[in-house]
Design a protein around this ligand. Structure first.
Ligand code: PHE
Length: 374
């Protein structure tokens, strides 16, 4: 092959090498130990001086041309690779940042905060008590002595007694209502302030009953209210509940109906119904339940604190009187935010939460307590 043909062939192979690896293979084939141009250079040793003078410059020229072409191609490939990287790694700072997933407030937490806020405006502090409670606070001190039939109204989860249990150790259970916080708060206030009352608290929290269907779950939430002062009567209870429900449901036309009822820890006891009217196909709270097409919805239990309970709380029932109430927080949330199935509250389904949960940035968080009581 003549030099010109060799040169043309070498240059086209160099131009065709698509990356550094292919280019190196071409270099080895041309200029490596066994390369074709190296072989040509070796033939010069056997040439006569005339021949060498005649052909030498062309052969050296070929080597220089090829070497220069290899270097140029190598540089071109390197800068093309850099261009490609720069194009691929471009960051457009004008694009909106991707959204960061954010947690949300469960409707129960939201409603507890709303309740704490409404009652704080009426001068109520937030009190708490343990979910693992003893029999005395949950029942006995609330005027349900052992074997009292009202204990059967609560399907209680009892803890099994340990084998080495002391004879006088209390029977432990999961509290069936928030009412034991009434007792704990009175005893606590009495121990810290001689004379005890007055006091005004709400106690939101979890309660447990062995019960499960569309409107009952084994764990649910209640909020307890307790006011102890001098000269408290049913009128105070009714005004407080009315004011709270109007603020909570954001309606001025909330109408209450008080019915005589029975709870061992209140006397008299009052079941509170709220009037509803139809809003499309849905019952909406508000309006007179006795109007045609309307009705009453049972909402909560309440009453004047039983004298025996005041005494169990360490206060003199001759001096102090009070009212108490207990409401289902989950039920309040369902009514306010139009949710149908209580069980969905506790399934932890992310789609349900995405629909019903609340932004953590919009609300105060008072329900965990405001530090001081009464
Ligand atoms: N503790 C009662 C219940 O769980 C509710 C209640 C509380 C009733 C306070 C009267 C007074 O059913």
């Amino acid at each position: 092959m003549d030099i010109a043909a060799l040169s043309a062939d070498a240059l086209s192979r160099i131009a065709a090498a698509g990356d550094g690896e292919a280019l190196e293979a071409v270099r080895v084939a041309l200029l490596g130990k066994a390369g074709s141009i190296s072989a040509l250079l070796k033939t010069m040793g056997a040439m006569s001086p005339e021949e060498r003078t005649a052909r030498g410059p062309a052969i050296h020229g070929l080597r220089e041309t090829v070497t220069a072409a290899l270097t140029a191609r190598k540089d071109a490939l390197a800068s093309a690779a850099l261009e490609a990287r720069l194009a691929g790694e471009t960051v457009d700072l004008t694009l909106p940042a991707p959204e960061t997933p954010r947690g949300s407030l469960h409707p129960v937490s939201q409603v507890m905060d709303e309740l704490a806020e409404i009652f704080a405006d009426m001068g109520f502090a937030v009190a708490t008590g343990p979910e693992i409670e003893d029999d005395w606070h949950n029942f006995t001190a609330l005027n349900m002595p052992e074997s009292h039939p009202a204990r059967a109204m609560h399907d209680t989860f009892y803890f099994e007694a340990a084998e080495d249990r002391q004879a006088d150790a209390p029977q432990m259970l999961l509290r069936t209502h928030t009412s034991p916080v009434q007792i704990r708060t009175m005893l606590d206030v009495v121990s810290r302030h001689p004379g005890g009352a007055p006091l005004r608290i709400i106690a939101p929290g979890r309660v447990y009953r062995s019960d499960s269907d569309a409107t009952h779950t084994p764990m649910f939430h209640q909020i307890e209210g307790l006011v102890i002062d001098r000269g408290i009567h049913l009128g105070h209870l009714k005004w407080t509940l009315e004011t709270f429900l109007k603020a909570f449901f954001k309606r001025d036309d909330i109408v209450l109906r008080l019915r005589p009822s029975y709870f061992p820890f209140t006397e008299p006891s009052v079941e509170v119904d709220v009037g509803w009217t139809l809003n499309g196909a849905r019952r909406a709270l508000g309006g007179d339940g006795d109007a045609p097409g309307c009705g009453w919805m049972e909402l909560l239990g309440s009453g004047m604190v039983n004298r025996k309970v005041i005494a169990f709380g360490g206060l003199d029932p001759g001096e102090w009187s009070g009212f108490a109430f207990g409401v289902g927080v989950d039920r309040l949330a369902m009514l306010k935010y139009a949710m149908d199935d209580l069980r969905a509250f506790f399934d932890g389904d992310a789609r349900w939460l995405a629909h019903y949960a609340f932004s953590p940035l919009d609300v105060p968080t008072l329900s965990a307590g405001v530090g001081s009581r009464a």
